[in-house]
Write a protein that binds this ligand. Structure first.
Ligand code: GRF
Length: 189
């Protein structure tokens, strides 16, 4: 089971997935990091872990189709089975979606379909909801619209700050994502 993690931010979910592969709770190999931000923190982490990385700057390509075609080439070279989106802040186009249909999953920091898109934690906080949470879902061409695989609720306690809510949600993400990937893999879907 070879995973490609797509991440462009701090990479805390990348860390959690790596940790789970090391302690054996996730029976898979993170065989590739794909990153569209040449300065992202996650690249340094990949170096330290010895994860091969494909880092690219979208501006160097004519359009999305061109860089997605390149990504597909790298994924096929590495014989990647699953694409794990973890803070890759782009919609996936047909060029990438088609060859990996049903094999791309994403994690989103709200209980979808509530609060799709950017800053879901801030959106939930501003709306004053008492319960938010985390969703793992299949990726389709829409924004956080694919079929839901797993969800876990997080209570928004009275007096909680935005930062505290973010921490609580991240903690749940770091458990739920590796556990959900393991379930998918053992189901052999
Ligand atoms: C996570 O909150 C995830 O839900 C969202 O992007 C964030 C990535 O954070 N899709 P990190 O880079 O894994 O810390």
């Amino acid at each position: 089971n070879k995973l490609a993690v797509f991440a462009s931010g701090t990479g805390s979910n990348y860390d959690a997935i790596i940790e789970a592969t090391k302690n054996g709770t996730l029976e898979a190999e993170v065989a590739l990091l794909v990153c569209d931000k040449p300065n992202a923190k996650v690249i340094e982490k990949a170096k330290q872990n010895g994860t091969p990385a494909f880092v690219f700057d979208p501006k160097q390509y004519r359009n999305k189709q061109m860089f997605e075609a390149k990504i597909v080439e790298v994924l096929q070279e590495e014989k990647i089975d699953w694409i794990i989106l973890a803070g890759y802040m782009r919609l996936i186009g047909d060029t990438l979606l088609h060859p990996f249909d049903g094999k791309i999953i994403n994690i989103h920091p709200s209980l979808l379909p509530a609060f799709p898109g950017l800053d879901a934690i801030g959106q939930a906080f501003d709306a004053g909801v008492k319960v938010s949470g985390v969703t793992v879902h299949y990726v389709d061409s829409g924004m956080d619209t694919g079929k839901i695989i797993a969800q876990q609720a997080v209570d928004v306690e009275d007096g909680m700050t935005r930062e505290e809510l973010q921490k609580a949600i991240q903690q749940v993400e770091h458990q739920l994502y590796p556990a959900t990937i393991q379930k998918l893999i053992t189901r052999g879907e």
